[in-house]
Write a protein that binds this ligand. Sequence first.
Ligand code: 1GP
Length: 247
Amino acid sequence: KTENYLHVIRKKKGTLLFVLIDSENSAGHSASTLAKEAEKSGASAILVGGSSATDQLTMTETVSSIKKAVKIPVILFPGNVTGVVPGADAILFSSLLNSDNPYFISQAQALGAPSVLRFGLEPLPTAYIIIGEGTTVWHVGSVRTIPFDKPSLAVMYALSAQFMGMRFVYLEAGSGAKSNVKPEMVAAVRKLFKGFLIVGGGIRSPETAEEIAKAGADAIVIGTFIEKGGSFKTISDIVKAIQSVRK
Ligand code: 1GP
């Protein structure tokens, strides 16, 4: 149902904004307050997780408080099996395709799958592709990275994801990354990948968000900007900027 909802509102609104809330790191504000503000500012979904989120109890409480606070879907974005908790609408069921460690490609997925079934989470089959280096996800995920200026490598992974039946690709520069995924790379992937294209990491301004939307992203993800107390006025401006783009 969440997958269908995303496609429907993408068609209606243009590029969507997903706000990422890290249950362990929300600048003193409660996760539910941040989620409510994000919804008011025009976010289309809340992602909960992050590669350093290891406490399942906190995750479960965070998901439940966010669920009570907002109507938009709450989607898990786990960095490990510990990120699979009950109460969310869906989960980015991701394989870190350019990891050198099979644990992050298929083993964590096998370990987490029974819980996804048991908790009734809708799995959104996602190829998680890391660009650049020096970020937490790059380190934790044993990533064989793709340089920012090599769009053709990202395209190869996205195509292989498509051929394996994955319906989502997430191009990730990493939380708090100094530079974001370049529009040229997004455009190159967009040209061949037919599924839902998510782009995140280091996006903080309406201008950058708009460039990425113009390049063909279906959704952009913002986390650190909000965690660090960035204004929701800017978030509304970002939503306006990306939703003016229709592709
Ligand atoms: C990280 O792509 C997300 O997994 C969001 O990145 O925290 O840099 O906004 P930021």
